[in-house]
Design a protein around this ligand. Structure first.
Ligand code: SP5
Ligand code: ZN
Length: 390
């Protein structure tokens, strides 16, 4: 498997309020280090370590604006230095919110508070999503990995007349080691360790690329057929991807399905009744499969089959996987009975049922640092077994 990584994703280092304790965030740089070490040690995969150029960063931020409000992006980018300047935070500390959005009957239209200290609460929905000195660099590097993954897939030779390209095998799948993760943040609120929605940015990149290609080469017959791309998102993180669901809830061209802990974080979303807006073409393009905490892998697989059949029925052009390892049986934030060897079966099941769909896999959660490497390798072994080595 081609695996994309950027060392800048390791800079983000923050705190979270868990229960009543302020602790170093469980979403830590050590997670990625552990995965990278395991991948290198295995020798079975192509690890490509990249570094976002200034141009890449600009492009990524421009693409992110299709999914996030510009003032939210500006806030995430600048709040740390603003707080530092005002003496509200020290260089080694993190911005954390104090007072959240409060919808009220007298003032139906919400506006960001003037107070810079209070504004952190306007642009967040929890206290697991601190912003440290270098967070912004990691956030952009993470989203850029998603952008680069999409570009690689979009550029993979298809029916090219170029003989050199015809000989190179078509890229079927790519994994991006995104950190911080993305599936919880909405268009204007960070949460659940997420700041920019990497999956949404991948989809924007595919669309943008296809669009610009069409403009540049309007006579190319291939582009007419891909101009209305359909995407399927399979969310395998233990938590419901509320942010991703929200981004595409009204969009009939994007199918979102998630298997997640029932009544777990983020608590207010993830019910099976959330199927898309009724009386709309997008109705039925959202499929939530909540699973009771403590469920076995067999129970998980039954839900996975439902998700995969639904994706087959939808008929997507691209598969996007939100991959979390917080489904692991000892995860501090997850509560399923899934073990290392099960990830192989899980991935094989996915790839066997969706064999021909070009796939972008993005890392989300997973907090048992010293088991992350073997869990990922197990997943990749199953994926590649079903895909057939190439
Ligand atoms: C990407 C991802 O996996 N984000 C998950 C963030 C979950 N954070 C909140 C978990 C709340 C757990 N509550 C524990 C209460 C004290 N034991
Ligand atoms: Zn999670």
């Amino acid at each position: 498997m081609l695996i994309l990584h950027d060392e800048t994703t390791l800079l983000h280092d923050t705190v979270e309020l868990l229960g009543a304790k302020l602790i170093p965030a469980q979403e830590s740089p050590a997670r990625i280090k552990a995965i990278v070490d395991a991948v290198k040690h295995s020798g079975n995969h192509e690890l490509r370590t990249i570094s976002a150029s200034e141009e890449d960063q600009k492009t990524t931020i421009a693409l992110a604006k299709a999914n996030h409000k510009p003032e939210y992006i500006e806030h995430i980018q600048n709040v740390f230095s603003q707080w530092l300047k005002e003496g509200l935070v020290e260089a080694h500390e993190s911005v954390l919110p104090e007072c959240f959005r409060l919808q009220n009957v007298a003032n139906a239209k919400l506006r960001p508070p003037k107070d810079i200290y209070a504004r952190a609460g306007y642009y967040a929905f929890d206290m697991s999503t601190g912003i440290s000195k270098n967070s912004w660099q990691s956030i952009v590097a993470s989203a850029n990995l998603a952008v680069q993954a999409a570009l690689l897939m979009a550029e993979a030779p298809t029916n090219s007349k170029n003989p050199f390209q015809q000989n190179s095998p078509k890229l079927k799948s790519v994994l991006a080691l995104c950190r911080p993760p993305g599936h919880h943040c909405t268009g204007s609120q960070a949460g659940g360790y997420c700041y920019l929605n990497n999956i949404a940015i991948t989809i924007t990149t595919f669309r943008q690329f296809t669009h610009s290609q069409r403009l540049r080469r309007p006579s190319n017959p291939n582009f007419a057929s891909v101009s209305t791309l359909k995407f399927a998102i399979l969310d395998l993180d233990f938590h419901h991807g509320n942010g991703t669901q929200e981004q595409f809830y009204m969009d009939p061209t994007v199918f979102y399905t998630s298997i997640h802990g029932q009544d777990e974080f983020p608590y207010y979303t993830g019910a099976a009744s959330e199927q898309g807006p009724s009386n709309s073409p997008a109705f039925g393009t959202n499929l939530n499969l909540p699973l009771k905490t403590g469920s076995s892998f067999e129970e998980y697989l039954a839900k996975l089959h439902i998700a995969l059949s639904a994706i087959q029925q939808f008929g997507a052009d691209h598969l996007l996987v939100s991959l979390g390892f917080d489904t692991f049986h000892t995860d501090p934030l997850g509560k399923f009975q899934i073990e290392t060897q099960d990830y192989k079966v899980m991935a094989k099941t996915v790839r066997a049922m969706l064999k021909n769909l070009p796939a972008v896999i993005l890392l989300e959660g997973g907090y048992v640092v010293d088991r992350l490497g073997e869990n990922l390798l197990s997943f990749l072994a199953g994926w590649e077994e079903a895909e057939g080595a190439s």
